[in-house]
Design a protein around this ligand. Structure first.
Ligand code: FAD
Ligand code: SF4
Ligand code: SF4
Ligand code: SF4
Length: 718
């Protein structure tokens, strides 16, 4: 069996006109959507009888245009009622009504299910309403050409309206089947290019979810004849006209959707396939102002004798009709003939689930995401959440496009579709979809320039296997920059089996720049992996304080001020004893909170302290902010005590080790604020009465921040 030529052209010049599907005598051809949602034919070889009709009929593979007279151009208005319910001057309705009055059938494009567009017939004025107005989406022709054949054989008049390529397809179908077409009127549209319904659905879904009941293009409002107004109707609500220049049209007019077939279009020239060609008479006011009254003017090109007869038949129904010079057709009236240079980027972004508007914005600017920020975005730990927030905000303040990438679904710790923030501060457009596995994540190489591993314990050798080791960036191309910022190993050692240690080493050695949060991390990187790493500040110190204050503001009055905020990750009896002693010596009331991960039952089984349960990261932050003292067995508890200049005590953590807090305490010269409650050799009174010199601490921290900022600017931002 020979390969059919239609199979060869389908990825490039095939317009999806479906002439081949209609002509196939054995129903061997069916349509499939290509990656971008355009309809393309596929041959079922087990049915194909090799008759060659498909190749013979395809209007792309065969040269056949139609004009049998030199074209004439007209400007046309139907009455105002028709004009206001049509895209341009309402010419289509006048021709369609003429056909219906002759007992004929009209074929045109109507909205189908789920914002698809389908060609269908209308035999009365009610059905005709559905065909009116331009739908900027490729319509599904289906078997309408065969239906046209049936009606013609019944000696009925038929009007078929479609884009130039669809009309070219129908013309070819009729010729090849040798059908008498004397009662067939063909109207083709001037056509810029046609998006796929898959793309429109993405636009609708990303902007309105599944709340839309209907969507229609070309709304006319306040005598403003523009192409980009459209109307949406949400369930249970009144229709709303969208007047601004939407992302849909920004992309459309920038040729972002233009498919290869439209680029190579042979139907948008003066020699046409229809008896009549219809378009919007854009720019007619440049020749005659009176023709633009804001309600729309049809551009009618008459290409055949039959077209001429029909124009004459409807002329009495026209509110205004005038023959105008052919050169009033604007340059670029039809097809754009080129694609936006960033089209591939646009589709790559869309394919990766980036929100439609964001994808348009980036593609129009020819920009990828500057940084793919890899972290565990949602984890039931206040510190983890606020660290991600801090780094995200810091990068955004550098005006960078940041895409937050969380662990794949193949991880033991699944990515979560929730947030521990009351008011999610991560813009939805900045969040990547959840990938099934690292293999799928490779797609992200197309849309991010740099990949950054966030802070906290991303290199903790015990923890990272639970997130499928995605932080090793072994799914990132060599050519994409790989960086880690203040990434913590969580302990003063890297403990894994030799094979995984070797694997981690191989991966981390592919990183372009490495920084860690603890000095011990610098040593591990050097001794175990032969990497020079820098020690930098946790991002919570880099984030502009105004961002924390904006999180706190709505909660500030919900928590009493002046208490001692006790943030205890691992409650036990020794810590309880310490806290009670502190309370009696200091006379400060306690507000005790445990970790998000700890259930009330677990906490109750560990001690009998009255413990409060916070649900949101903003509440936790507010508690630190409103407190007069902070006691914590947590690194981030200490960090925020320092950021908000609260006197503090850090409790030794048996379970988690003190490496991270000690590192910070050493930096500021307050190692003596780390208390080992299990040794009972502390002097609470002394600790309480020792004043903390926050001026000195702030100055040390500010210096370190400066150093860290230089690191970020040198290795990530610039
Ligand atoms: C995708 C698209 C791009 C266009 N681009 C241009 C352009 O660049 N320049 C220009 O001058 N005119 C363009 N037009 C044509 C113009 O928008 C009007 O459709 C035309 O002027 C007819 O308007 P009307 O007032 O006579 O009647 P309307 O009632 O608006 O008639 C609309 C007609 O278009 C048909 N139609 C609607 N959507 C589709 C579709 N998706 N596929 C096939 N047929 C459809 C309907 O069946 C109906 O017959 C475009 C139309 C479409 C559908
Ligand atoms: S060769 Fe004939 S039978 Fe085979 S797909 Fe084409 S039209 Fe159908
Ligand atoms: S007939 Fe139309 S749909 Fe079929 S291959 Fe040719 S252009 Fe494509
Ligand atoms: S631009 Fe050409 S190929 Fe594209 S839809 Fe219009 S007529 Fe068809």
């Amino acid at each position: 069996m020979f390969t059919k030529k239609i199979e060869l052209i389908k990825n490039v010049t095939c317009t999806g006109c479906m002439a081949c599907l209609n002509v196939c005598p054995v129903g061997a051809i069916f349509m499939q959507e290509d990656e971008r949602g355009f309809y393309k034919p596929k041959i079922n070889l087990s049915k194909c009888i090799d008759c060659g009709l498909c190749d013979k009929t395809c209007p792309i593979l065969n040269e056949n245009n139609l004009n049998n007279i030199s074209p004439e151009l007209y400007a046309l208005w139907a009455n105002d009622k028709i004009r206001l319910s049509s895209s341009s001057g309402g010419a289509f309705t006048l021709f369609a009504e003429e056909i219906i009055n002759r007992g004929g059938v009209v074929f045109g494009a109507a909205w189908g299910d789920n914002f698809s567009v389908v060609h269908q017939k209308a035999e009365n004025l009610q059905e005709l309403e559905l065909l009116k107005k331009s739908k900027y989406v490729q319509s599904f022709i289906g078997t309408t050409f065969k239906q046209v054949e049936t009606y013609l054989l019944q000696n009925r008049w038929v009007l078929f309206v479609g884009t130039g390529c669809q009309i070219g397809g129908l013309r070819s179908f009729i010729r090849n089947k040798n059908i008498d077409d004397s009662k067939l009127l063909l109207i083709d549209l001037w056509c810029f290019n046609i998006p796929s319904s898959k793309t429109l659905k993405k636009y609708i879904n990303d902007n309105w979810g599944n709340t839309l009941e209907s969507f229609s293009f070309r709304t006319k409002k306040n005598n403003n004849y523009v192409s980009h107004y459209f109307t949406i109707k949400q369930k249970g609500m009144n229709p709303v006209v969208i007047e601004h220049f939407s992302y849909w049209f920004k992309a459309y007019f920038s040729l972002m959707y233009e498919c290869d077939a439209c680029t190579k279009c042979k139907f948008q020239k003066q020699e046409r396939f229809g008896d009549i060609s219809l378009g919007d008479f854009w720019g007619i006011e440049n020749h005659d102002k009176s023709w633009n009254d804001g309600k729309g003017t049809s551009m009618v090109q008459i290409n055949t004798q039959k077209g001429k007869e029909f124009l004459s038949a409807i002329s009495n129904e026209c509110a205004r009709l005038e023959k105008v010079p052919l050169d009033w057709v604007r340059e670029g009236q039809g097809n754009g003939k080129k694609q936006n240079p960033n089209q591939q980027l646009f589709y790559d972004l869309i394919d990766q689930g980036i929100l439609f508007n964001k994808a348009v914005e980036l593609a129009l600017a020819g920009k990828k995401f500057d940084i793919g920020f890899c972290c565990v975005q949602v984890y039931n730990n206040f510190g983890s959440g606020i660290t991600n927030y801090a780094l995200y905000k810091t990068l955004k303040d550098y005006n960078k496009e940041v895409l937050i990438i969380t662990q794949p679904k193949s991880s033991t710790i699944s990515p979560l579709n929730k947030t521990y923030f009351k008011n999610n501060p991560f813009a939805r457009e900045d969040c990547a979809k959840f990938y099934n596995n690292k293999e799928e994540m490779k797609e992200l190489n197309k849309i991010c320039k740099t990949f950054l591993i966030g802070s906290d314990q991303m290199f903790n050798s015990y923890l990272y296997p639970f997130i499928d080791g995605f932080i090793k960036l072994d799914w990132v191309n060599d050519s994409n920059k790989k960086v880690c910022y203040a990434t913590s190993l969580g302990a003063d050692k890297f403990e894994s089996n030799p094979k995984e240690t070797e694997n981690f080493k191989k991966c981390i050695r592919r990183f372009d720049y490495v920084s860690v949060r603890e000095e011990s991390g610098v040593e591990i990187m050097k001794n175990k992996f032969q990497i020079i790493a820098d020690c930098v500040m946790d991002p919570v110190f880099l984030c502009d304080k105004k961002h924390y204050l904006s999180l706190i503001e709505p909660f500030e009055n919900s928590f009493e001020k002046g208490k001692c905020f006790c943030y205890i990750l691992d409650p036990d009896l020794e810590k309880e004893t310490f806290l009670n002693k502190f309370k009696s010596k200091s006379n400060i009331n306690l507000f005790v909170v445990s970790d998000l991960a700890n259930s009330p039952e677990l906490v109750k089984s560990k001690w009998s302290m009255q413990t409060e349960y916070l649900s949101y990261i903003e509440e936790w932050l507010t508690c630190v902010y409103n407190s007069s003292f902070v006691i914590a067995d947590s690194f981030h508890g200490l960090c925020f005590a320092l950021i908000f200049n609260k006197p503090f005590i850090v409790l030794h953590s048996k379970r988690r080790g003190d490496e991270r807090v000690l590192n910070l305490l050493k930096l500021i010269g307050y190692e003596n604020r780390l208390i080992d409650v299990y040794k009972d050799n502390y002097n609470i009174q002394k600790i309480i009465s020792t004043k903390i010199d926050f001026d000195k601490i702030n100055s040390i921290i500010n210096n370190s921040i400066l150093h860290s900022r230089v690191w970020i600017e040198t290795n990530i931002i610039n």
